[in-house]
Ligand binder design. Structure first.
Ligand SMILES: *[C@@H]1O[C@H](CO)[C@@H](O)[C@H](O)[C@H]1NC(C)=O
Ligand SMILES: *[C@@H]1O[C@H](CO)[C@@H](O)[C@H](O)[C@H]1NC(C)=O
Ligand SMILES: *[C@@H]1O[C@H](CO)[C@@H](O)[C@H](O)[C@H]1NC(C)=O
Ligand SMILES: *[C@@H]1O[C@H](CO)[C@@H](O)[C@H](O)[C@H]1NC(C)=O
Length: 211
C-alpha cells in the first residue's frame, strides 16, 4: 500500500485516547488454545496467518517500518470483542467464516468480507481461569481443525504425507458438514473446544496487524 496513505492514518489512531486503540484493562481480549484430549491438536494455540486461522505454527504479524516506534508487540494471536483481531492498525481486522467454512480475517485497511461469508455469531464467554470462544452461525457448533498440507500442490501433498506427516498443519473451519476442507473429506477434521484465555493487555503489547 502507499506509504502516504498509511502515514495519514497514524494521527487518527493517536487522537483517540478513549478508543479501542488505547490502553486496555481486562476488556475482552483473549488468546485461544484448542482442547481435544487424546488428539494431536490438544493444547495447540490458534494462530492467524495468510487471512486464515490454524492450530499451531506461527502467527503472521507485520509492523510497517514507516510507522514511528512500531515495535513488534506480540507474535501471538489475540482476539478482541468476540469477532475481531486485537490490532493497532486503524480500522481493525474482523473475523468471519468464508463460504467454504474456513475461519478467516479481513486484510488490513480493508473491511472486505466476500459474499456468502458468515459474520457470526461469535461469542467469547470469560471463565474463572479459562473461558470459551464459540461460533454458532449456519447451525454450526463451534470449530473443527482440518489437516492441511504444508505445500498445496497435490504431488507435494502426497510426498509429505508419506515422508513427513508432521509437515502438515491444521486449518480451522466452522464445524459444518458441508465445509470445503483441504483434504476434501470433512471426516478428516477434528472438532475441538476453543478455550479462551482472558488477557489484560495494553496497546504496546498488541500486533500492529496480522497478514
Ligand atoms: C490490567 O493492567 C493494568 C496495567 O498493568 C492494571 O493497572 C490493572 O489493574 C489490570 N486489571 C486487571 C483486572 O487485572
Ligand atoms: C516476534 O518475532 C520477531 C522475529 O522473530 C522478533 O524479532 C520479535 O522480538 C518477536 N516479538 C515478541 C514480542 O516476541
Ligand atoms: C452449509 O450448511 C449450512 C447449514 O445447513 C448452510 O447454512 C450453508 O449455506 C451451507 N453452505 C454451503 C456453501 O452450501
Ligand atoms: C511445493 O512443492 C512444489 C513441487 O514439489 C515445489 O516446487 C515448491 O517449491 C513447494 N513449495 C513450498 C512452499 O515448499
Amino acid at each position: 500500500m502507499k506509504v502516504s496513505a498509511l502515514l495519514s492514518l497514524i494521527p487518527l489512531a493517536a487522537a483517540l485516547p478513549g478508543s479501542r486503540w488505547a490502553t486496555k484493562d481486562s476488556n475482552g481480549a483473549f488468546g485461544v488454545t484448542a482442547a481435544r484430549s487424546g488428539s494431536p491438536i490438544h493444547f495447540l494455540p490458534l494462530t492467524a496467518a495468510g487471512s486464515k486461522f490454524w492450530l499451531g505454527g506461527k502467527s503472521q504479524t507485520y509492523c510497517p517500518e514507516v510507522v514511528p516506534n512500531c515495535a513488534q508487540g506480540t507474535n501471538d494471536t489475540i482476539i478482541y470483542a468476540h469477532n475481531a483481531l486485537d490490532v493497532i492498525v486503524p480500522g481493525g481486522q474482523s473475523i468471519y467464516v468464508d463460504r467454504t467454512g474456513a475461519l478467516s480475517f479481513t486484510t488490513p485497511h480493508s473491511g472486505y468480507i466476500p459474499p456468502g461469508s458468515s459474520q457470526g455469531p461469535f461469542k467469547y464467554t470469560p471463565g474463572q481461569s479459562l473461558g470459551t470462544w464459540t461460533y454458532a452461525g449456519q447451525g454450526a457448533s463451534g470449530f473443527m481443525a482440518c489437516p492441511a498440507p504444508a505445500n498445496s500442490t497435490m504431488a507435494a501433498r502426497h510426498v509429505r504425507r508419506q515422508a513427513r506427516p508432521t509437515a502438515n498443519r491444521w486449518q480451522v473451519f466452522a464445524a459444518l458438514q458441508n465445509a470445503t476442507v483441504p483434504t476434501g473429506n470433512v471426516n478428516d477434521c477434528l472438532g475441538f473446544e476453543a478455550m479462551a484465555i482472558g488477557l489484560n493487555i495494553s496497546s504496546g503489547h498488541l500486533a500492529w496487524e496480522y497478514i
